[in-house]
Design a protein around this ligand. Sequence first.
Ligand code: TXA
Ligand code: MG
Length: 308
Amino acid sequence: MSIVRATTENIRAAARIIQAGGVVVMPTETVYGLACNATDDKAVQRVFEIKGRPAANPLIVHVASVEEVGRVAESVPDILGVLAARFWPGPLTVVLAKRPSIPYRTTGGLDTVAVRVPAHPIALALIRESQCPIAAPSANLFSELSVTKAENIDPRIEAEVGMILDGGPCEVGVESTVLDLTGEEPEILRPGGVSRADIQAVLGKPLGIVPPPTVRKSPGLYRRHYAPRASVRLVDSIRPGEPGLTFQQPTSDSQIRMPLDPRAYAANLYSSLKKLDDMGFDEFGVELPPDTQEWEAVRDRLRKASST
Ligand code: TXA
Ligand code: MG
């Protein structure tokens, strides 16, 4: 299926595909998603098959408003009202106790469900038109680079979906922050589009730093992830002429200059890694951004991209 413009008519057609148990690619403000009806066990299974994703790795469920969270989550804590008022629609995903209407297939066997209200108008229109919560993992093959431009969707995914809605480049560029609200204290399971500092400001207290093995809680946290084909070397400063991502003035065509601003960097991250990958190098260097909170999500993705 080829890529289509997200006209009202095409969004309607995509919604019909979803209602019929099919799978489409939709844009979100973070990354493109592989979308299906979150309550349809067979459709969800198909999404896992298309991605080659392990069954224990749960999907995020997308709804159109905070009022709809009650359709997928058993109880909605007060704190969600505060978080939603500040961050929704937007790149924050919260983990809550799931309702029986969400199949275990969607949650990877967990009694919890991850849910968010995306900010992209096309995603919101598609959810409303489909009249169901939409499960959507990032629209990439398992462990590979997420996709922030429709033309970067892997042909193997393109071949399997009913439609790809082109919503232009994703503004945020890294996935949503996953915040677990089922424990005694809120806990960030995956850093992402909403920064730790912003969440702490709203909660009025610091969030604990969770040691890496949160694998039990969020089975989608693998060491190697978001990775290009080439091996990635994290460095302070790339060598003259060495292919890679740099903060300096490039000294060759195979160096891409990255912005010093974390938001602008995130917006360009996956497409820049893909550009380098498409040049065919076996290895390239990436200059590590500063070890500060505002770079947390970007550094997390770079570390995972460089894991072997
Ligand atoms: O920005 C995003 O979140 C994108 C767009 C498409 O919305 N989606 C995305 O989905 O990144 P995915 O499947 O690539 O990543 C989902 C993450 C995984 O780390 C998974 O472990 C975690 O969310 N997750 C999902 N359900 C969970 C649950 N019930 N408990 C804990 N973690 C969960
Ligand atoms: Mg993903």
